[in-house]
Design a protein around this ligand. Structure first.
Ligand code: DQA
Length: 147
């Protein structure tokens, strides 16, 4: 059983994309930090990014068999995607929603999430630390750690 970390559209551009909003760390930096933290706890962690809604839906569906917890930054799909909401509901895997920026300080259309009311919790505005906090919660509460 593993933790699956999902990142949505445009997050592949982290590091160069609006660094004043999203910081200078790359997606690879985030993935490396998550895998390191997970491995230190004896937990498997897979990271996946896609710019395509359907690929994210398929990844969530496939998680049914081997995933104890999902950490998801659905990026813009957060504010648009009934399909991602339904996929998460279909597999019934507990998840935390993460955003690098504080979406509540930004445009009103970012204040609504199609996922948030189904999430265990939502973390926003803490940058990459938000992912790590979500992972640590997952490890503590949802994963069997190998000795
Ligand atoms: C984001 C916030 C979203 O509103 C935006 O569309 C993103 C990134 C964040 O991590 O702060 O692409 O999810």
């Amino acid at each position: 059983q593993k933790v699956l970390v999902l990142n949505g559209p445009n997050l592949n551009l982290l590091g160069t994309r609006e660094p004043e909003v999203y910081g200078k760390q790359t997606l690879q930096d985030i993935h490396d930090a998550l895998v390191k933290t997970a491995n230190e706890a004896g937990v498997a962690c897979e990271c996946f990014q896609s710019n395509h809604e359907g690929e994210l839906v398929e990844k969530i569906q496939a998680a049914r068999t081997d995933t104890a917890f999902i950490v998801i930054n659905a990026a813009a799909y957060t504010h648009t995607s009934v399909a991602l909401r339904d996929a998460l509901g279909a597999v019934a895997i507990p998840f935390i929603e993460v955003h690098i920026s504080n979406v509540h300080q930004r445009e009103p259309f970012r204040h609504h999430s199609y996922l948030a009311d189904k999430a265990v919790g939502v973390i926003c505005g803490l940058g990459i630390d938000g992912y790590l906090a979500a992972l640590q919660y997952a490890i503590k509460h949802h994963l069997k750690q190998s000795p």
